[in-house]
Design a protein around this ligand. Structure first.
Ligand SMILES: CC(C)(COP(=O)(O)OP(=O)(O)OC[C@H]1O[C@@H](n2cnc3c(N)ncnc32)[C@H](O)[C@@H]1OP(=O)(O)O)[C@@H](O)C(=O)NCCC(=O)NCCS
Length: 215
């Protein structure tokens, strides 16, 4: 399995990430309501605009898991605002079929401000999405992706980052707790209660066994 960081436009990877996002989170995530083409455009645009980056865990040409990370999570929706026609057309069928999504989409646009109120406004960097193929879960890939994300954040000077997830996603909440995230609060948004976690990016432990002699 190889791990790579992708920070620029990559349509093939964006397509694979959209598919995995839909398979892993289709049962619960609001934005999956708008469909795979919407997710593809979102991932493609975020990479193109440099608003987010992808950590991709790949086995050959198969995407086994990924993290969408951002140095400033509250700016992600700019990718949509910059392309109103393209995203508007992709969202329209869902909005016409389920008018409540219009209201929820407006709320999601204000998500950054809401998260800052319960969390720590200094934690601007964000783990936005993490997903691992079902057949690969519980083998440590999720934890490896988080460790790699922290290496990238450390290199960018980030000292603390945040993640949110629905309160009722029991296993995802367990995953974050197991990986050292601290629950900072919860807030209602777009029909769900969201837990907000933060985690400090620590320096890597010294390896190589510093021999201090018979102290
Ligand atoms: C959360 C997720 C990324 C963890 O990936 P992973 O490779 O299984 O992670 P690890 O192997 O490092 O850790 C496994 C632990 O994660 C937790 N976990 C969370 N969701 C899980 C799931 N659906 N299946 C298995 N384990 C899950 C469990 O605590 C598990 O511990 P266990 O194996 O002792 O039961 C993965 O389960 C997933 O893609 N879930 C669906 C998408 C999701 O919920 N994303 C988070 C919200 S954005």
């Amino acid at each position: 399995m190889t791990l790579r960081v992708v920070r620029s436009a990559d349509g093939v990877l964006a397509r694979r990430a959209a598919g995995l996002h839909l398979r892993a989170l289709g049962y619960s995530s609001f934005i999956t309501l708008f469909g795979e083409e919407f997710l593809f455009e979102l991932y493609r645009s975020l990479l193109e605009d440099g608003l987010g980056f992808l950590l991709a865990a790949e086995e050959g040409d198969r995407l086994e898991g990924f993290i969408l990370g951002s140095l400033e999570g509250s700016r992600l929706n700019q990718a949509i605002f910059r392309r109103p026609l393209r995203f508007g057309l992709l969202m329209l069928p869902t909005m016409l079929g389920r008018p409540s999504t219009i209201f929820h989409a407006l709320q999601i646009a204000l998500y950054g401000k809401r998260a800052d109120r319960v969390g720590d406004p200094s934690a601007k960097a964000e783990l936005v999405v993490i997903a691992v193929e079902e057949s690969t879960r519980s083998k440590g890939l999720g934890a490896r992706l988080v460790a790699e994300l922290e290496r990238v954040f450390r290199e960018s000077g980030v000292s603390r980052y945040k993640v949110t997830c629905h309160e009722d996603m029991t296993r995802a909440n367990a995953f974050y707790r197991k990986n050292g995230f601290e629950l900072r609060g919860a807030f209602p948004l777009a029909g769900f209660v969201w837990n907000l976690y933060t985690k400090d990016v620590r320096s890597p432990p010294l390896t190589g066994g510093l021999d201090l002699g018979p102290l």
